[in-house]
Unconditional design. Sequence first.
Length: 195
Amino acid sequence: MALAVILAGTMVTRLHAQAVLEPPFGLHWGDTPENLINWASAHSLDVNISLPGDQPALRIVRISARSGNLPKSAAQAIEGRFHSGRLFEVTVHYRDRAATAEEMETRFNKLKKELTGEYGTLSANRQDRAIKDQFVTFTESFHREPVRGLFLLLAYTEVGDQLRKTREATFSLLYRNDNLRQDLEKLLSPGGNRK
């Protein structure tokens, strides 16, 4: 009970101070998995829950549409990460098998421009190109930390099959609240405040 009171107080303080970067789909930092699962259920979406054995405090909830996009979105899936039952990370996945790699790159650049307008210039994070077994993989990512401990990461991946002369592209947008994650980890640590 005391842990819940401390956690609630910590989250309220953090949430009001960091409303600059809220997760999408009406989610909020510190939400329980039930909020995301109820949203998925209301829209008849598929739900997959992962419980990593080596990280007992972590729960990963992935929501996807069996076909097409998520409601009122160009995304095909959303993944929420929960530490001690509280949302600290959301990744939105964009994939369209009917779209060409060029079309997906255009969508990626459009989203990047929208994010820049909303949060400021995204910094280049990484760019890689690798060739293995006639497959060319190109990745690039950009990030922004509008408030210390709150991150946006936008990543693009393109895979080209040199033999068949085909290319496919996907991209993802990650929202992460490291401040909340660290607070939750401290509460669960052996020396954490458990009054």
